[in-house]
Ligand binder design. Sequence first.
Ligand code: SAM
Ligand code: SF4
Length: 327
Amino acid sequence: MSGVSDSFQRPISYLRVSVTDRCNLRCVYCMPAGGVPLVPRADILSYEEIATVVRVAAGMGIAKVRLSGGEPLAREGLVGLVEMVSRIEGIDDVALTTNGVLLREQAAGLAAAGLRRVNVSLDSLKTERFRQITGYDALRDVLDGIEEARRAGLAPIKVNMVVMRGVNDDEVVDFALLSRQGWHIRFIELMPLVEEGRKPTEFVPASEIRQSLSSLGELAPCDAPLGNGPASYFQLPGAGGTVGFITPVSEHFCFKCNRLRLSADGKLLPCLLADDEIDLRQVLRREASPQDEIRKLILKAVAAKPQGHRVEQGVVPRKRTMTQVGG
Ligand code: SAM
Ligand code: SF4
């Protein structure tokens, strides 16, 4: 079946699935200081339920699935979900966004199950600073996880760094230099989503990050390493890897948004940065053959996609944090 487009003629081809709202880190910009109330386990979709949604979505033109969280590797048996989803007809790309802490043990199994590539979130290369940002002393685990993912053939590996003024902005040159060792680095603008956490003043616009890299030579625009995300990519002279910028705040990319999001408790979210949600869980659990109903609800979510978010005007979602939506 051919794909669906939303009211603004954007083809919808990408589903981001949050498989859990639990996380083994406490990143300051993501988790409120007091943590978040967790969804009761019984309300979390089973892997079979997630696969049912993906199957219907694949029949409507969704070709790419990204598993996220909370921390997806913290949910037991993720390999089984990867196996199920990667076998669904029409799905040609299964990817993962992870904090990397548990990647060393799981990378080989995930690759064998059909995972193609992985994005790892890493905001500092300094041990103590990593601990301050995430609440845990786990930098070595993340670096080992990245190495193991490379060995397992997961490619490309993209490393996402959220840049925060006065916290880690002095490391952007060190991160960018890793692109000379073949790494794909993406600098993400901090979104002001956690009220009790970091203040919006710590946001560093991508233009300023680029300026900080000027001593490294000209950044030449280049194609994205595999993927269809919102980043713009560049290469430093002689680098095998790339440097990307994701600018949700200074220059939002809603005009090319191609995605829907499924929360761990079975809500379909038309937009990351709005509070609208459509419940699939009830239908999944009520109907013996929920496919037609799910299809209608997916169409409803597509129709509800707003033209763009309004973060720069201070309009931010209040119902869910990033751990609950999956970034
Ligand atoms: N736990 C996994 C991880 O950290 O990669 C997956 C979920 S996490 C919510 C997905 C992405 O959202 C991460 O790359 C994280 O850095 C990003 N993120 C979370 N809060 C953010 C914020 N306030 N501004 C920008 N990015 C944020
Ligand atoms: Fe950090 Fe990801 Fe956990 Fe949020 S979900 S606290 S970004 S590791």
